[in-house]
Design a protein around this ligand. Structure first.
Ligand code: DAT
Ligand code: MG
Length: 138
């Protein structure tokens, strides 16, 4: 059993895709352990995207992620980390396979609808930034 951090990004919230995206994870058989609609602060963006802060696309990414509310979820299940990444599709929507969230609903890389932790270490680090352990415990 694993728990991963999923963000339903501001573009998905604006486009009223929260229900569609949550429904995909639930229909797959994963469990939503915690969920909140929240505006990402500047400080949280820098921590969450620590690996990207020095990259040329970071200012645009940060402005997008902090510009309006998003939904943060703790999602649990067998192999939840890799399973959710597979269901999200490739980072660039043009490379994302049909049937994935990005493949079905996104067109540009910044506005690619969802974030999902990419490894067990990332999941642990990212979950701690967004939730207390008590919030997503069984
Ligand atoms: P992922 O979200 O698939 O884990 P990532 O961690 O490499 O991808 O990048 C984080 C986000 O940053 C990604 O969802 C969209 C944005 N991004 C990544 N590469 C980019 C690029 N070359 N140009 C613009 N935005 C980019
Ligand atoms: Mg990533």
């Amino acid at each position: 059993m694993e728990t991963t951090l999923i963000l339903i990004k501001p573009d998905a919230v604006s486009r009223k895709l929260i229900g569609e995206i949550v429904s995909r994870f639930e229909s797959k058989g994963l469990t939503i352990r915690a969920m909140k609609l929240i505006r990402m602060s500047s400080e949280l963006a820098d921590k969450h995207y620590a690996e990207h802060v020095s990259k040329p696309f970071y200012p645009e990414l940060k402005a997008f992620m902090t510009g309006s509310p998003l939904v943060a979820l703790a999602v649990a299940g067998p192999d939840a980390i890799s399973l959710c990444r597979k269901m999200m599709g490739a980072t660039k929507p043009a490379d994302a396979a049909p049937g994935t969230i990005r493949g079905d609903y996104a067109t540009v890389v910044t506005e690619n609808l969802v974030h999902g932790s990419d490894s067990a270490d990332s999941a642990k680090r990212e979950l701690a930034l967004w939730f207390t352990e008590a919030e997503y415990a069984c």
